[in-house]
Ligand binder design. Sequence first.
Ligand code: NAP
Length: 253
Amino acid sequence: MEDLGLKVDLSGQVALVTGASQGLGRAMAIALAASGAHVVAVARNAAKLQETMDAISAAGGQGEIRPCDVSQREAVDALIESVAEQHGKLSILVNNAGITRDTLLPSMSDDQWDDVINTNLRGAFLFTRAASRFMMRARYGRIINIASVSGLIGNAGQCNYSASKAGLIGMTRSLSKELGKRNVTVNAVAPGFIESDMTKALGPALLDEVKKRIPAARIGKPEEVAACVLFLASRAAGYVTGQVLTVDGGMIA
Ligand code: NAP
């Protein structure tokens, strides 16, 4: 992982990242741990979560893995209770777990709609509801929801995904108003095209076309999204809430 040079002190804090087994979430977990946070890495695949944790440990960071399906309420509530009990705090939550099930509307099945909404939106709701109880009590918290430019401008073939990400942005804005008095900030990060399995699946020809629409003329790096998450997770970002930070090389500016 490239070190982009952003220095943030999160020592003594506990940060939970969903979807930390690969891609953007892995980069976020590594960046938060490198800044001193104890990272709780969540996803379904325990072996891949362990790979993230090995990378964190190899860099001198600390954390633990907690395999969990983010759409399952009882599992999420039990996980948060147990983390709060074990550590006495949970100050940073990154709702990053997300999936796509792309197809045009006429062929979109109920399952394709439900799977995306349940993972991307319900998962973030469940984690936020459970974690915010402890943050409100502590009068400190940082909640960061990973949305997408697709939630801002839409995308053909992604009505389920766009709806989930636009929903996350609405939830972010509403919760910033609910939780602000308790010193809990709630922000969203909306990545554009970032190097990942999700974008690799597009193939080189389509990616070349995409680059022509990006002022930065390149695909972003997971570290560049992680750096924005790091800033929003820091004490320094205490007066930033209810915002959507777009990380897309200028694509939708
Ligand atoms: P990815 O490589 O496909 O990783 C998705 C992560 O979510 C994995 O760790 C996966 O782990 C986890 N996950 C999926 N369903 C889950 C569930 N039900 N319960 C728990 N964890 C689950 O995706 P990515 O490209 O890193 O994207 C990460 C986030 O950024 C997503 O929210 C995505 O929508 C957003 N985003 C990405 C891009 C991009 O260009 N890559 C652009 C805009 C927005 P398991 O399979 O082990 O559960």
